[in-house]
Design a protein around this ligand. Structure first.
Ligand SMILES: [Zn+2]
Ligand SMILES: [Zn+2]
Length: 267
């Protein structure tokens, strides 16, 4: 079994919980420690129960909670070697495990994670593929300006996918943002548009994709309705039975679970 709960997801803060039932980890800690603790409590967990935190990259909306969260007890961070200096400054007593794209690492007793490269204007940004002991797989793709060649190959066959669907190009154009910022967002080292997210799903489409969670939806250049509408059309075209979810920006998305022996559970 593998399950995902999103505590927050947008350019204002990102943090998710991945659990196998017995092993629990966070992906990113880009909201306040208070909100992380409260979110974990709503999940029936605490920071002490975490086997670690997988960091995608060093941008503030992914790491700003680390400093305070690590004050009570040292955190175990899984990150790329290049971002470790920034993380070390933010959380001086953290235990760091460096991860390399393509090399799987065990997290606690029941989870394995394989990092992969994303294309983003950060030091060495990563996405993650989580696998539970019973073979359930969750792909976690955020903050990437384009789909890199390795991603569809690695994430083919996932049971669940968390996928950035950041902006609607027309809304971005009419957002009043300076042209340089617009180019940064829509460029190869920025974020995925709704249509790029749909393209990615077309490339990994398979009937076993039970749940798809859209995340990092821009509050100014997108709406959950537009992102969801675009993806819903794609899933219909593909004839997939996938359940579609939108991670709320500042509220918890309750547990979504996939298991090998039982039907998918919403909790
Ligand atoms: Zn971000
Ligand atoms: Zn970022």
């Amino acid at each position: 079994m593998i399950r995902l709960s999103v505590l927050a997801s947008s350019s204002k803060g990102n943090c998710s919980v991945v659990s196998s039932g017995r092993t629990h980890v966070l992906v990113d800690a880009g909201i306040s420690a208070t909100r992380i603790r409260k979110g974990l409590e709503e999940c029936g967990l605490s920071t002490a129960a975490l086997a670690g935190i997988c960091i995608t990259h060093e941008h503030r909306d992914h790491v700003c909670g680390l400093g305070v969260l690590g004050k009570r007890a040292p955190l175990h961070l899984y990150c790329s070697r290049y971002v470790s200096r920034d993380l070390r400054e933010a959380s001086p007593n953290a235990l760091l495990t460096y991860v390399e794209p393509g090399s799987a690492v065990s997290l606690g007793e029941e989870l394995r994670v394989t990092p992969f490269c994303t294309s983003h204007d950060a030091l060495d940004p990563l996405g993650y593929l989580f696998e539970s002991a019973d073979g359930c797989r969750l792909g976690y793709v955020t903050d990437t300006g384009r789909i890199l060649r390795e991603m569809p190959a690695l994430l083919a066959g996932v049971d669940m996918l968390y996928l950035e669907s950041n902006y609607d190009p027309e809304m971005l154009e009419n957002s009043g943002r300076p042209p340089e910022l617009q180019e940064r967002i829509s460029g190869d080292w920025g974020h995925l548009s709704n249509e790029q997210a749909c393209d990615f799903v077309r490339r990994i489409a398979h009937p076993g994709l039970q749940h798809l969670v859209l995340g990092h939806i821009s509050p100014e250049c997108n709406t959950p309705e537009i992102a969801e509408g675009c993806m819903r059309r794609t899933l219909r075209e593909l004839g997939l039975p996938t359940q579609l979810h939108c991670a709320p920006m500042a509220q918890r998305l309750p547990w979504i679970a996939v298991g090998r022996s039982s039907a998918p559970v919403l909790g």
